[in-house]
Ligand binder design. Structure first.
Ligand SMILES: Cc1ncc(COP(=O)(O)O)c(C=O)c1O
Length: 438
C-alpha cells in the first residue's frame, strides 16, 4: 500500500473541490476500517459522513471486500447488452425482496447521476409507450440535488451547480424548497410547518396542464443542499397530487436509501410509495460504483407491450458490472444479518440528543435531524458565504473528525455501525470546533 504523499498533485482535477486551496494544504486519506479513516500522517479520523453518505456497513467490511475479491478473480467483466451473468439477476431479485416487493424491476447504472438521468428517460419513454407522448415536462425542486448529468442538473435546484452549464433541458419547472428557519428551526424529525408547499404542484398543473407533465422528482430528504427534512404531511400530499394527474413520482434515494433514516428506504419511513426510486452509494457500501433505478411493475409492463425487440434503448457499458453486483449482494447480506439498520435505529435518539446539545454554541442558528442525518446551520460571515462552515470542516479534520459542509451548513451522516462512544467523540470534537470558530 502506498502511504506516502504523491510526488505531484497537479494533474488530478479534483471534483467539487477548491483545487488551489486543497493542493496548498492537502487532506490525504490512506486507509479505512470500521468507523475510521487514517490519514497520510497516521492520524485516525472518525468518519462522520460515511465517506460521501455511502458506507452504511462501515469501512473494509470483511464480507464485502472478500466477495469483491473473489469476483474479480472469477469474472472481471461481462457485458449486459444481450448477454448476462448470474450475479446481476440475483442482485436484482434480492433488491426487490429488500423493498418488500413494492418494486418489480431494477435498472443498473454506475452512479447516482446516471440513475437520475435513467429514471427521467424511463419516465418520458413510459408515457410515450402508452400513447401520451405529450407528457414531456419534468418537475424538480429548488435546492434539490440530483447529480451532475444534464437531466439531473436541469431538475436540480442548486444555483452554483447550474449556472455555468446552460442551456439545460427545456420544459423543466421547480417546486419551492421547504426550508423555513423562521418557523421550523431546531426541529427534531419532520418539521411542523410547510405541508401546503406541495400544493404548488397544483399551480404548475394549472399552468402547464397535466397532459404535458411526465414526472416529479425530489429527494425525500434533501441531503447535499444541507439536510432539508420534509414538513409533516408534505410527501403524502405530493403523492396525492401526482396520482390525481397521472404524473409519475420519483424519489431520489441516493442518500436516503439503505438505512440512512433507520428504515431501509425513506419511502418506508414516510409511508409514501414513489413510482420509481433512484439509488446508489449504500447499494454497494460504496465499495464499487453502482447506481440503480427501481421501478414499479406497471412502468416496466408498459414497455413490454411493444413489438418484439429491444424495449428500452438505454444502458451503460458497466450496467450490472460483476464486481458491483458482488458488492451489492454482500452488502444486502450484511445489512440483514448484522442488523445494521436496527443498530442505526437503536442509536438514533442518542445521536439526536447529542446533536441538539449543540444548541447555544456560537454561530449555530439551526439544528435539524432525521434518522442518522444531522444538519447544523451556521450564521454566515457577512459577505463571505460558506467561509465559516469551510473553516469548521478544516478544523474538524485537523481534530480527527470528517464532517461535510455545504454553504454554511454542516451535514453529518456517519456509518450506521456507530455506537455511543463514536457519537460522543463526533459531537464532543465538533462542539470544540464550533467554540473556537471565527
Ligand atoms: C440525492 C442525490 N442524487 C444524486 C446524486 C449523484 O450521485 P453521484 O455522485 O453518484 O453521481 C447524489 C450525490 O450525492 C445525491 O445525493
Amino acid at each position: 500500500m502506498n502511504e506516502s504523499r504523491p510526488a505531484s498533485m497537479s494533474a488530478f482535477w479534483m471534483p467539487f473541490t477548491n483545487n488551489r486551496d486543497f493542493k496548498a494544504s492537502p487532506r490525504l486519506l490512506v486507509s479505512a476500517e470500521g468507523m475510521y479513516y487514517r490519514d497520510v500522517d497516521g492520524n485516525r479520523v472518525l468518519d462522520g459522513t460515511a465517506g460521501l453518505w455511502c458506507v452504511p456497513c462501515g469501512h473494509a467490511q470483511p464480507r464485502i471486500t472478500q466477495r469483491v475479491s473473489e469476483m474479480v478473480g472469477q469474472l472481471d467483466f461481462a457485458p449486459t447488452f444481450q448477454m448476462g451473468h448470474p450475479a446481476a439477476f440475483d442482485l436484482a431479485e434480492q433488491l426487490m425482496e429488500y423493498t418488500g416487493h413494492k418494486f418489480g424491476h431494477v435498472f443498473y447504472t454506475n452512479s447516482g447521476s446516471e440513475a437520475v438521468d435513467t429514471a427521467l428517460k424511463i419516465a418520458l419513454a413510459y408515457h410515450r409507450a402508452r400513447g401520451e407522448g405529450s407528457r414531456t415536462r419534468l418537475i424538480g425542486r429548488e435546492r434539490g440535488y440530483h447529480g451532475v448529468g444534464f437531466g439531473g442538473l436541469s431538475v436540480g435546484g442548486i444555483g452554483n451547480n447550474r449556472k455555468s452549464f446552460g442551456p439545460l433541458l427545456p420544459g423543466v419547472d421547480h417546486l419551492p424548497h421547504t426550508h423555513n428557519l423562521e418557523k421550523n428551526a431546531f426541529s427534531r424529525g419532520e418539521p411542523d410547518f410547510g405541508a401546503e408547499l406541495a400544493d404548488e404542484l397544483e399551480r404548475l398543473v394549472a399552468l402547464h396542464d397535466a397532459s404535458t407533465i411526465a414526472a416529479v422528482i425530489i429527494e425525500p430528504v434533501s441531503g447535499s443542499t444541507g439536510v432539508l427534512v420534509p414538513p409533516k404531511g408534505y410527501l403524502k400530499r405530493l403523492r396525492e397530487i401526482c396520482d390525481r394527474h397521472g404524473i409519475l413520482l420519483i424519489f431520489d434515494e441516493v442518500i436516503t436509501g439503505f438505512g440512512r433514516l433507520c428504515t431501509p428506504f425513506a419511502s418506508d419511513y414516510f409511508g409514501v410509495e414513489p413510482d420509481m426510486m433512484t439509488t446508489a452509494k449504500g447499494l454497494t457500501n460504496g465499495v464499487v460504483p453502482m447506481g440503480a433505478v427501481f421501478s414499479r411493475r406497471f412502468i416496466h409492463d408498459a414497455f413490454m407491450q411493444a413489438p418484439p425487440g429491444i424495449e428500452l434503448f438505454h444502458g451503460y457499458t458497466y450496467s450490472g458490472h460483476p464486481l458491483a453486483c458482488a458488492a451489492g449482494l454482500a452488502t444486502l447480506e450484511v445489512l440483514r444479518e448484522q442488523g445494521i439498520v436496527e443498530n442505526a435505529a437503536a442509536q438514533q435518539a442518542y445521536f439526536e440528543d447529542a446533536l441538539h446539545a449543540l444548541r447555544g454554541l456560537p454561530h449555530v442558528i439551526d439544528l435539524r435531524s432525521i434518522g442518522l442525518v444531522a444538519g447544523i446551520e451556521l450564521a454566515p460571515i457577512p459577505g463571505k458565504p460558506g467561509a465559516r462552515a469551510f473553516s469548521a470542516f478544516k478544523k474538524a479534520f485537523a481534530d480527527g473528525i470528517l464532517i461535510r459542509v455545504t454553504g454554511d451548513i454542516i451535514a453529518l451522516s456517519p456509518p450506521l455501525i456507530l455506537d455511543k462512544q463514536h457519537i460522543d467523540e463526533l459531537f464532543g470534537k465538533l462542539a470544540n470546533v464550533l467554540q473556537h470558530l471565527d
